[in-house]
Design a binder for this molecule. Sequence first.
Ligand code: ASP
Length: 340
Amino acid sequence: MHNIFIIYTGGTIGMVKDPDTGTFVPFDFELIARNLPDLARLNYKLTVHSFTPIIDSSNMKPSIWVEMAQIIKNNYDHYDGFVILHGSDTMSFSASILSFMLEGLQKPVILSGSQLPIGEIRTDARENMMTALEIASAKENGKSIIQEVCILFDNKLFRGNRSFKYNSAKFEAFRSPNYPVLAEAGIHINYNREALLDNTDKQFIMHTQLDNHVGVLKLFPGISPKFIQSILDADVRSIVMETFGSGNTMTDGWFLEMLAKAVDRGKNILDISQCKVGSVELGRYETSQGLKAIGILNGYDMTFEAAVTKLMYLQGHFKDQESVAFWIEQDIRGELTVND
Ligand code: ASP
């Protein structure tokens, strides 16, 4: 008998149409259980914790992430795995932050949801939920096959901190172009063994200190110096700068000077690319050479979601900027590939 803990946060999977307004609103777990009579036939002992209130994931926030991590920690020893039912809109943010908060995880934490509510005839919820449960219980030689935080959607298992929501209209809602799919479900579930994290020799440690003093500067041709300055002056410790191509920016003197001054004032500025595939390569072009010289940090091939949440985690963990700057460039949970 597999022992699985389900955390129900909300999302489309458990929504119903409000008859008055016609909009989807969150509904309790009973709706899911009622629409999945097969759950009772499975060889699983399921324990369900529903959040109150259950939410559309656009309302996700750090305090809920802390609650989720705490529930996993409190129940860690008694369950084979964890399934988190979650709206797809911010699922990659939650999967990313949980990967940082749950260090040395030796059990699966699988986030899943659906594009259509479970009560709809063509719903993708049943497939997603059943496959998530199967993966959350999969073991080999007494050890969990999956020892990390993942997203299961449309028969594919992704590393959580490598994924992002890519499509709001198709069942194939997620992608992780910079890291291979961890498993694919067809007639069998085929695991991509070389791509999986193995934390067997690690110690499980939960971290709950998060510091959300993080800002974002997305560059575009013609962006005004005043606007850039306002972002650099914001009350944040770190700024994720979304750049062009392989990490390139304008080379105007005023721009580099503004960045350099912000770095001197103690701001961490992290270069990640607006491209979804590929990596930042500081110094590959003249247009990124100057950035390295003034202390801009290399985000390599991190997703936006991983970059923002990793900074929240590191800032919660380290009070000094130097440690945040050092660790943001290191691969700590399989979230980036260093290319130099
Ligand atoms: N808006 C919904 C949410 O993120 C979408 C979904 O569940 O897929 O909660």
